[in-house]
Write a protein that binds this ligand. Structure first.
Ligand code: GTP
Ligand code: MN
Ligand code: MN
Ligand code: MN
Ligand code: MN
Ligand code: MN
Length: 214
């Protein structure tokens, strides 16, 4: 089984700063923590088997972004005061990638995890939404006219979901980038939850990443 600590970034935040919390723990934290902040980020994905260069099986499409701070992360952001997490993620998705909220919007059903960062007193909500491969490509095009494009969003990226012949380039090497918050852990979690990777495929990729990066 994968350890929670597999995914965390190295920049700024320490591995032990984040822990997954259940809904019950969340309400306890909400009633007992002063100045608790919330953020909400989401993984948009499509299932599409694609043989790249007639060689590598790319099982799907996953959207991340290069952020203003140079780190990789999911679109999303801070939940405003008085706003619900699900409304926050929809607003941020519109600002950062120009998501058409009449056509696609995140609901409670897309919420798959909550993490708590003790030091920042911040709850990080993570959402997962599947779209068709055609719609995924359309959403990518729309990001270029999002209001935050060129500001908070320096560009969206497709995560390489394959491993090349050397066993490292592709997904394992992608994991060696720097990620905002616990976005790397969320990526791993999201890929498993979306069933784009099996546990054993993920285990192999994480081992390759570790041999390469650590
Ligand atoms: P502003 O509008 O400039 O405040 O930015 P924002 O509301 O878009 O906030 P941002 O996306 O930077 O997220 C706020 C917090 O969440 C920061 O502390 C980040 O470290 C963290 N964060 C950023 N991206 C991700 C991500 O993909 N996943 C998780 N879990 N946290 C992230
Ligand atoms: Mn070329
Ligand atoms: Mn934002
Ligand atoms: Mn953001
Ligand atoms: Mn914001
Ligand atoms: Mn903003």
């Amino acid at each position: 089984h994968l350890k929670d600590s597999e995914g965390y970034g190295k920049l700024g935040d320490s591995i032990n700063d984040y822990r997954a919390v259940t809904k019950e723990e969340l309400s306890t934290l909400e009633s007992s923590t002063i100045n608790l902040k919330h953020a909400a980020h989401g993984m948009i994905f499509a299932k599409k088997s694609n043989l790249l260069w007639n060689l590598y099986d790319q099982k799907g499409l996953v959207m991340m972004q290069v952020r203003f701070d140079g780190l990789l992360g999911f679109p999303g952001g801070l939940v405003d005061d008085g706003e619900k997490a699900v409304d926050g993620i929809n607003r941020e998705m519109h600002e950062e990638i120009g998501l058409d909220l009449h056509k696609y919007s995140f609901t409670e059903n897309h919420h798959i995890a909550c993490y708590y960062q003790e030091m920042k007193k911040m709850i990080l909500h993570f959402y997962l939404m599947e779209v068709s491969p055609e719609d995924f490509a359309t959403l990518e095009q729309k990001t270029l006219s999002a209001e935050e494009y060129g500001i908070e969003t320096c560009g969206i990226v497709r995560v390489p979901l394959f491993t090349m012949g050397d066993g490292v380039r592709g997904f394992p090497a992608f994991l060696a980038n720097q990620f905002a918050g616990n976005a790397r852990a969320e990526l791993i979690h999201g890929l498993l939850e979306a069933k784009l990777f099996s546990e054993s495929e993920m285990g192999t990729a994480l081992k390759a990443y570790k041999d390469y990066a650590e």
